[in-house]
Design a protein around this ligand. Structure first.
Ligand code: GDP
Ligand code: ZN
Length: 308
């Protein structure tokens, strides 16, 4: 029996790479069940698997424990989900404060989903070559806000190749997810980091995403300086994620930390007396935009579902 990393999945065939660099095309044997989840695909890119080579086939016979996985509902009608990627070491959210604007609401939704999945996030502020002084002021405000909470931030220009060495250093040897609005410079960044890496990265359309045949396809590309970038159409973000209203503050680390000082242990930080979170917002210790994102997510919560 050998073990290796799944680097591509079509839903029926899995490309597995061993530590020695051998590539094996495997099928699945038998049933792999995930506790409490009905999946269309039990194995995804990022999985470490055990496989056997027989005369006529190579067969995956076991999956190693995952440190995390990203899951998405196949469609609204179906109760089935698909695992999109496993063992993601870190997600990079590419942000532009202008051209186009990335809102704090969007950033915070992404961050909460990543917290829920237990995937560390780094923020990459791109296009610094293009910013006017007021854009730079905004950038430094945002950077302060997010670094204070513990999210590492980078300022780069993908186009002018400014500060890309530190990005490469951070990607190195890891399984990476790159995300961000269309137009923020993902393709430009990837091309600058590794020319010739022809990623698909395009957002899959809703109807396409729900098509039967494309749903389980996922792939990750190896960087020549080691490490992987997950390139699965349609996972620019994390999809829909189930969160209980009561849980929401767990995914805002700074709110969660201070909430221990609230008078009521089940404080929602909206209207209760003795709320330490509201006090911290008033004192500027918690950023107003973060608190507003929190409120927005709590208050619009109809069915505990968030599209990230
Ligand atoms: P994607 O949709 O996220 O893949 O974005 P692209 O990589 O296609 O970039 C969108 C546009 O932004 C293109 O016109 C790029 O040339 C431009 N762009 C990307 N990075 C930078 C940058 O660092 N500075 C400037 N000025 N433009 C950039
Ligand atoms: Zn409170």
């Amino acid at each position: 029996m050998k073990e290796g990393l799944v680097i591509k999945s079509t839903g029926s065939w899995y490309t597995v790479k061993t530590a020695e660099g051998e590539i094996h095309n495997c099928r699945i044997k038998g049933k792999f069940r995930m506790e409490g989840i009905r999946t269309t695909n039990p194995i995804a890119v990022g999985d470490m698997v055990d496989f056997e080579s027989n005369k006529d086939a190579e067969v995956i016979v076991g999956i190693h424990d995952r440190k995390n996985y990203i899951i998405r509902k196949s469609s609204n009608l179906s109760k089935r989900s698909q695992i999109i990627a496993s063992n993601v070491d870190q997600a990079f959210l590419i942000v532009t404060v202008n051209y186009p604007l990335t809102t704090t609401t969007f950033i915070d939704r992404f961050l909460t989903a990543a917290e829920a999945y237990r995937i560390p996030v780094r923020l990459i502020f791109n296009k610094i070559d293009r910013y006017r002084p007021n854009d730079m002021v905004r950038l430094s405000e945002l950077k302060n806000t997010y670094e204070k909470i513990g999210y590492k931030c980078f300022e780069i220009s993908a186009k002018k190749e400014i500060h890309l060495d530190v990005i490469k250093e951070t990607l190195k040897g890891k399984i990476n997810l790159l995300s961000g609005h269309s137009g923020v410079g993902k393709s430009t960044l990837i091309n600058a980091i590794q020319p010739g890496l022809d990623l698909k990265t395009g957002e899959i359309s809703e109807s396409h995403a729900q098509g039967k045949h494309t749903t389980t396809f996922s792939e990750m590309f190896e960087l020549d300086f080691s490490g992987y970038i997950i390139d699965t159409p349609g996972i620019r973000g994390f999809g829909t994620i189930d969160m209980e209203k009561e849980e929401m503050s767990h995914f805002f680390p700074e709110i969660f930390k201070i909430s221990k000082n609230c008078q009521f242990h089940n404080c929602s930080h909206i209207h209760e007396p003795g709320c330490a979170v509201k006090a911290a917002v008033e004192e500027g210790e918690i950023s107003l935009s973060r608190y507003e994102s929190y409120l927005g997510m709590i208050l619009e919560d109809e069915d505990n579902k968030y599209r990230i």
